[in-house]
Design a binder for this molecule. Structure first.
Ligand SMILES: *[C@@H]1O[C@H](CO)[C@@H](O)[C@H](O)[C@H]1NC(C)=O
Length: 402
């Protein structure tokens, strides 16, 4: 967390944007009008609803383009400058074996269920056992939720520096036996998908295309898929409520949509992209990687579209490129917050542990395993959310009164 904040500080623009967003949230939380002194935040915040319930607003075309604001969690922290040369040389290799599969995930196999209504796919890394446990026990629990059948998988690659034989080559004293762990988890929970590529930040695009291919092969009839990071809290009830009105046979990809983001040309940035790799001034619209939902139809179409797009090292932008190929634009959804909300100075009462804040969101990003678990307990405790603020926090499609 601290490291991420430090990274942010590097780019003062990003910090400015974050502060502006925080202030904007703060003002909206109190029911006030969005502050006009935050022009930088408009592109990203524009998706917030000002229309009637369950309508969606297209971001303003003239809005100031936000810089790419990555808020991707720890696993994929690149060390040192990114080697574009070797990335470009290696990027034709885009198929890696599946080392742990869950071939029955979407089949009933005699048991109840069968085709899931919602498949939850969570990007994880081998070492992050605790977050996986938190997700399993909370929002990612399998079974029936509001009548919908929910299934879950974790998407994992091979930890860097550790061979696919499963032994840690770094130090004999600290052998992690990550592979034993993943196999044991797979036996216990049947929710691990492990591929044979290095689990690094810039390989998240590989994770994306391998998951898309897996889902269309092993989960061909799934109605909707939520894909997100392991550090998010997802309000599955709100998500299902939104999906109940949608047709899985139609195209849909909804999330925290970022429009007109400019590639970062500063070499020192984690997200530095040379002009030779991406020459256009702005990325296509894309959904921030913290979490998005996609219909079964769009998922299957994306498999083919992404196969024709050259690998690009930022996974959510890459998916935006695949969508563009399909001439689809992602749908901005106001309740997907793929940025963190725990910056106390910017918004003192947007605290992580305010259940009233959570109850109308779909996705919140940047949480520890303990945060996730505690939020779940607060929202699903015997007394329901104990709200200090009885009135809805913000006007939007996701007010539910408990
Ligand atoms: C991606 O994974 C492959 C296969 O493990 C590895 O050779 C490559 O270095 C990784 N790429 C990045 C950018 O980490």
């Amino acid at each position: 967390m601290r490291r991420r904040l430090r990274l942010r500080r590097d780019a003062s623009l990003t910090l400015l944007l974050g502060t502006a967003l925080g202030l904007l949230l703060y003002s909206q939380r109190d029911g006030g009008a969005p502050t006009t002194s935050a022009p930088q935040a408009r592109g990203r915040v524009a998706p917030r609803p000002t229309l009637g319930p369950r309508t969606f607003q297209v971001p303003e075309a003239g809005a100031a383009p936000p810089a790419y604001e990555g808020d991707t969690p720890p696993p994929p922290t690149p060390t040192g400058p990114f080697d574009f040369g070797s990335y470009l040389r290696a990027k034709d290799q885009r198929r890696f074996p599946l080392l742990i599969n869950q071939p029955h995930k979407c089949r009933g196999d005699g048991g109840p269920g069968g085709r899931p209504d919602l498949l939850i796919a969570v990007k994880s890394v081998a070492a992050d056992f605790e977050r996986r446990q938190a997700v399993r026990q909370t929002w990612g629990a399998e079974g029936r939720v509001q009548g919908a059948l929910v299934r879950r998988v974790f998407l994992v690659g091979v930890p860097r520096g550790e061979g696919t034989d499963g032994t840690d080559t770094v130090g004999a004293g600290t052998r992690t036996h990550w592979r034993d762990l993943l196999h044991a988890e797979s036996r216990a929970y049947s929710d691990i998908l492990l591929w044979a590529f290095d689990d690094t930040f810039f390989n998240l695009t590989l994770k994306e295309i391998h998951f898309l291919a897996w889902a269309s092969a092993f989960c061909p009839d799934v109605r909707f898929v939520f894909k997100g990071d392991a550090d998010v809290f997802v309000h599955v009830g709100n998500l299902l409520e939104f999906l109940a009105l949608r047709d899985p046979g139609q195209d849909l990809l909804a999330g925290d949509v970022i429009v007109q983001a400019r590639p970062i040309r500063a070499r020192a940035s984690k997200y530095y992209i040379p002009e030779g790799v991406y020459g256009l001034p702005a990325y296509p619209a894309y959904a921030g990687g913290g979490g998005f939902v996609v219909s079964g139809t769009t998922l299957r179409r994306l498999v083919g579209a992404c196969a024709q797009v050259e690998l690009f090292p930022i996974d959510d932008v890459f998916l935006g490129m695949c969508l563009q190929r399909l001439r689809l634009t992602p749908e901005p959804h106001p309740a997907f917050r793929t940025f963190g909300i725990s910056q106390p100075s910017a918004a003192p009462h947007l605290r992580t542990f305010d259940p009233c804040f959570y109850r109308e969101l779909v996705v919140v990003h940047g949480l520890s395993a303990a945060d996730i678990w505690l939020m779940w307990r607060l929202l699903h405790g015997p007394h329901g959310p104990a709200c200090a603020h009885p009135q809805p926090v913000a006007a939007g499609p996701f007010q539910w009164d408990s």
